[in-house]
Ligand binder design. Structure first.
Ligand SMILES: [Zn+2]
Length: 380
């Protein structure tokens, strides 16, 4: 081993296998989605579905579009259902979940309904913009989606997440006091800390900073609160506070703004190409071109994945450094990392390129090594 001072516990074959399968499931889902879009476009089925929707929608554009979106969602759900179920079973095989099948099915139904409502609303808005501003639609749509992204970041913790999980304000006085002290040192105030009832669905532990403005809050999974020492929980809190102090949510929205700008520009270019060169569609407002729009964004986000994950890992390292500087000693941080790796069956040492492409967080071994180095540098 190259690391002389601290050799992290190596990954069990079980952890390796679990993560490998999960990556394959993720890749299969991605390829299946991509394949579906390509098939819809190349076979002309999208035009056939549009005609069907027009017929059923009694010639009303908005209603026909709504029906078309519902049909697309139903097809993509049907295509991906087997993989979704496999993912559910996988968590049970590796004893990472105690969710019952009925509860999982109910979650799937809720997820589908939320996607249908949000998806239909967004697509209706998009094609309204395309019809109203045929020349500058992509710019108008970009501004519109930016506003929606900010609104969704604000609403998510109070409207979206509670559809799937229960949250309650944290009652632990000791932890609350620790957080207030951390906040005072940072010269900031976190508006709330919430207990996230994750244990109904998973045995994994997690924590996050969510929301924007008045809804900004730290959420801590009960699976973490029940198994970690107050010092370890404080280390996790300090990490999440680090995200807040460095304004990572706002910065992520800023990055999203750049990505969606490129996305809408590319979508406009692709649609025009498909209309003028391939004669695939007659007009921009022909909603049979929706799969092509989605395809453009899918390809773009795949290409940008390493860059976006790289940025996310940079943010995580910043939050880690913030945590280390604001808690007493690196010990609890390191032990919380090791506990998380074990509880979540995470790979501590994924291969470099897998980390580079897929991981939004630095490998646990690297985070622990950084904390060890920090400890050494700050030992007086
Ligand atoms: Zn983080």
């Amino acid at each position: 081993m190259a690391s002389p001072s601290n050799v992290a516990p190596s990954d069990s074959p079980e952890a390796r296998k679990y993560n490998k399968i999960r990556r394959r499931v993720g890749m299969s889902e991605f390829l299946l989605g991509l394949g579906l879009l390509v098939v819809l476009l190349l076979t002309g089925w999208t035009a056939w579905l549009r005609d069907l929707a027009w017929h059923a929608g009694s010639q009303s554009y908005a209603f026909a579009l709504f029906i078309y979106v519902l049909i697309l969602l139903a097809i993509s759900k049907a295509v991906g259902l087997a993989l979704d179920y496999y993912g559910f079973r996988l968590e049970h095989v590796y004893q990472l979940s105690n969710q019952k099948l009925r509860a999982w099915i109910w979650d799937e139904i809720k997820g589908l309904l939320v996607t249908a409502v949000l998806g239909a609303a967004l697509v209706e808005l998009l094609y309204l913009i395309i019809r109203e501003f045929p020349e500058q639609w992509w710019l108008v749509a970009w501004i519109g989606f930016l506003g929606i992204a900010v609104l969704m970041a604000q609403l998510a913790p109070v409207v979206l997440f509670p559809i799937f999980y229960k949250f309650e304000p944290l009652h632990d006085e000791d932890l609350k006091l620790r957080l207030v002290r951390l906040g005072e040192r940072a010269g900031t105030r976190i508006r709330g800390v919430y207990k996230w009832h994750l244990s109904e669905k998973s045995k994994k532990a997690n924590a996050a900073l969510t929301g924007l403005g008045a809804t900004r809050r730290i959420i801590l999974a009960d699976t973490l609160l029940d198994n970690y020492s107050p010092d370890e929980i404080e280390a996790v809190l300090a990490h999440e506070l680090g995200h807040h102090v460095h304004r990572h949510i706002l910065k992520s929205i800023g990055v999203q703004a750049v990505v969606t700008f490129i996305g809408f520009w590319a979508a406009n270019w692709t649609l025009h190409y498909a209309i003028n060169r391939w004669h695939m569609f007659e007009t921009l407002s022909d909603f049979a071109n929706l799969p092509l729009l989605v395809l453009t964004f899918t390809v773009l986000s795949f290409v940008l994945m390493p860059a976006l994950n790289g940025l996310s890992r940079f943010h995580e390292r910043q939050a880690d450094r913030y945590a280390l500087a604001n808690i007493s000693g690196a010990g609890p941080f390191i032990s919380s990392m090791n506990k998380l790796a074990e509880q979540n069956l995470a790979e501590r040492t994924p291969s470099r390129w897998i980390e580079w492409w897929f991981h939004s967080h630095p490998a646990i071994a690297r985070r622990v090594a950084a904390a060890e180095a920090w400890k050494k540098a700050n030992a007086t």
